[in-house]
Design a protein around this ligand. Structure first.
Ligand code: PEP
Length: 254
């Protein structure tokens, strides 16, 4: 019932030549594969969406934004709207990545509002949640994640079933420290439980991805966990052989 998603977050990386080389390597590695209910999504810097949209046409790869404005249009310098992402070929957008929550002081309410705008523009928001090391060590982890999700539920109400969540423990992002398979599964089960309290069907429908220093060698075992429906990949998505191996490993999982 739930889609399996492999999402590449390129962050502030890429250039014309790199993008072109990456696309031809990925296209070669992904062709002639039956993806069925799997999706591969690339979130490059917005400035490259148009270039990549042109290069992706013969691949199974879909495009996503790394962020979206809460606003639809107007005097918001530097922002990118949901409609703009749609026009550039995006089907998804990340929302509430910890690098935006921490560095740009994005609150739970703002993240929820961005997710609402994304849906209104026909985009599927991939909403990132997760705890810091201190929050985990002090036993606050579940409360923090519950609050992050509850804000989205309060804002989206019945539309909550149309989003994707990504569990990204902040201490595992870009640090080389992956959560253990059990830590990840426990957190995903907790997130599904929070959704279940809202509505059983929503909990069954919403895909929950894991992100945090995922590598080809850890992808398969994570994807075999019952509540892990896909992966959000940062650093490893910039190495074509790693990202190909991660994407292909989704085919071998449940
Ligand atoms: C991310 O930024 O979403 C991420 C998971 O990064 P990394 O894989 O590099 O930890």
């Amino acid at each position: 019932m739930r889609k399996k998603l492999i999402v590449a977050n390129w962050k502030l990386n890429g250039n014309w030549a790199f993008n072109e080389a990456m696309m031809s390597e990925l296209a070669l590695g992904l062709k002639q594969v039956q993806w069925h209910d799997r999706e591969i999504i690339l979130c490059p810097p917005a400035i490259y969406l148009q270039q990549l949209n042109g290069l992706l046409s013969d691949t199974p790869i879909l495009l996503g934004g790394q962020d979206v404005s809460e606003q639809f249009f107007g005097a918001y310098t530097g922002e990118i709207s949901g409609q703009m992402l749609k026009e550039l070929g995006c089907r998804y957008t990340l929302v509430g990545h910890s690098e935006r929550r921490v560095r740009h002081q994005e609150t739970n309410e703002l993240v929820a509002s961005k997710a609402k705008t994304a849906l209104a523009c026909g985009l599927i928001p991939v909403i990132c949640v997760g705890e810091t090391r201190e929050e985990r060590d002090s036993g606050m982890m579940n409360a923090v994640i519950q609050q992050q999700i509850q804000s989205v539920i309060n804002c989206l109400k019945a539309d909550i079933s149309d989003v994707v969540f990504a569990y990204e423990p902040i201490w595992a992002i870009g640090t080389g420290l992956t959560a253990s398979v059990n830590q990840a599964q426990d957190a995903h089960e907790f997130i599904r439980g929070v959704l279940k309290q809202h509505e059983e069907l929503c909990a069954q429908k919403v895909s929950i991805l894991y992100g945090g220093s995922v590598k080809a060698e850890s992808a398969q075992v994570l994807l075999e966990m019952p509540d892990i429906d896909g992966l959000l990949v940062g650093g490893s998505s910039l190495i074509s052989s790693e990202f190909l191996a991660i994407s292909l490993s989704s085919l071998n999982s449940k």
